[in-house]
Design a protein around this ligand. Sequence first.
Ligand code: G1P
Length: 289
Amino acid sequence: MIRKAVIPVAGLGTRLLPLTKALPKEMLPIGDKPVIEHTIRELVDSGIDDITIVTSARKDLVQRHFAPDADLERELRAAGKDDLAGAVAELSSLAHITYLYQRGPYGNGTPILNAARVIGDEPFMVLWADDVFVAEVPRAQQLKAAYEATGAPVLALMPMAVEDASRYGVPIVEEDLGGGRLRISGLVEKPRPEEAPSRYAAIGGYVVTPGVVAELEEATRRWHEHPEGEIYLTDALHRHAAGNPVYGQVIDGTWWDTGSPLNYLRAQFAAALADPVYGPELRKLARES
Ligand code: G1P
């Protein structure tokens, strides 16, 4: 049973600089919500509302977005804007969010290890807050179902064009089990296209088990002995897959990646066109330009 999730947000967001110098990349809007709100709603819609955000001091806007604001609510109600007051109140009661400051060696495995110390000995979900999925069954729910069926670590996958391989973790597929479920024997981080072991990209959604956390702990121990390199989730999953089952779940849905300037603009454009109120008008504008 997956009850908890971790969202790491301490990264510097260098790929979107200077836009993300002051504004955390997780706070960039996609449609009418910041990316991280989409991520949290996806988790809540999947029955996971116990969420640890691993953050840094420069990302305080994330905290502010979800913090209660009784003064603002009171003022809105006094002005007769009850619907807006309700929307503000709903944001702060969306989920049980705990914040942790990231501490440890560089790399995306560190926030997971920080959170695992608090969560304890149970599997949990990890989502990066730089993808948005539009899906009938939320991506997190699809990952949860794959974990429930296999009892093993699972990573979210999407088909990719082979030229994009050098931007993603690419799984080594051992067996296609049908229904988008793949048995994975390893993962190659950002291979050159000619070396890509498959045409799938790992897209920032994982079910991490205590066995994977143990691999991250081992990597950190080695790092303390020889402080060099970085602690990466991909490496831990790869090592774990050498002796244990690991699965990939190809996600059924539309994927908006916001991690590069072009993809962010694409995601904005797609979200604007999909908006039920403003979409038709914007479509007309796009056709005319
Ligand atoms: C990270 C992971 C990579 C994954 C990607 C998905 O890379 O290391 O395996 O494919 O997220 O967004 P990053 O984008 O942080 O460089």
